[in-house]
Design a protein around this ligand. Structure first.
Ligand code: SAH
Length: 232
């Protein structure tokens, strides 16, 4: 799978994809991340990517022309079955595990990183297939959000996680949170690991883990449980 990231800060991505699961996926050739400098698609002396907002107000808005040229040159023959162009946006749809799974089925995804006050609306309406927010807070740019998307999708690609780690029991996969995990020592600072985890009885452990995951979900994220007033 190929991710293309369109940004005015290409150097930002020197770090995030070098480590751990994502770094290994790139090394193994299962994932490619190409960073594109948006200013390569500007033609004035100052390589301008932003302009003043129509209607007045604070800050600057990213111009549509360089973003359209960038995407049209990165994906010259757009195939909406296998490719997607995504705008990172605080006002987009909330990015959740389900979207990560959808993106992991595609062969090529372009992530557009906004800056300033945001991006000319025609980028969202004419150029992009989706507008995604990584959470209900405002970042100063789309770069961190894009790195979050790449990381969460990379670990879902076939072959990226070894057999020892499965994405099936993780948080959100079954609609609830993961169960709590424990390792040695069996007692630490007066707190003992739940007895059932030490007895080697797989069926009992499976049931305990499911109940513990439900308990934690009810405590941390009641909105995920059906029947809750705030459930989605
Ligand atoms: N004026 C906008 C915020 C712009 S922040 C608003 O109030 O909604 C600048 C850029 O950061 C955005 O264009 C977007 O690309 C990125 N960004 C900010 N918050 C984000 C979030 N929660 N998820 C994804 N991208 C975000």
């Amino acid at each position: 799978m190929i991710f293309h990231i369109v940004t005015i800060f290409p150097e930002f991505f020197a770090g995030p994809f070098q480590y751990g699961v994502v770094g290994k996926a790139i090394e193994a050739g299962l994932l490619t991340v190409r960073i594109h400098n948006l200013r390569d698609w500007t033609f004035d002396r100052h390589k301008t990517v932003d302009d003043r907002p129509f209607g007045g107000g604070e800050g600057m808005v990213m111009k549509p022309e360089p973003l359209f040229l960038a995407v049209e040159s990165i994906l010259p023959e757009r195939d909406r079955e296998k490719q997607a162009v995504v705008l990172m946006s605080a006002s987009g749809r909330l990015f959740e595990q389900a979207q990560a799974r959808c993106l992991s089925q595609l062969s090529e995804v372009v992530l557009i990183c906004g800056r300033y006050e945001g991006v000319d609306e025609r980028v969202a309406t004419l150029l992009c297939d989706a507008e995604l927010s990584i959470g209900d807070y405002v970042l100063s740019g789309g770069e961190l959000a894009a790195a979050v998307v790449v990381d969460s999708v990379a670990r879902l690609l076939p072959g990226v996680l070894g057999n020892e780690a499965s994405t099936v029991q993780e948080s959100f996969s079954a609609g609830i949170l993961d169960c709590p995990h424990w390792t040695r020592p069996a007692e630490f600072r007066g707190v003992k690991v739940p007895e059932v985890l030490l007895n080697g009885h797989h069926e009992q452990i499976r049931k305990w883990r499911h109940a513990a995951a439900l308990e934690k979900t009810a405590r941390m994220r009641p909105d995920l449980l059906p029947g809750e007033p705030s459930a989605k």
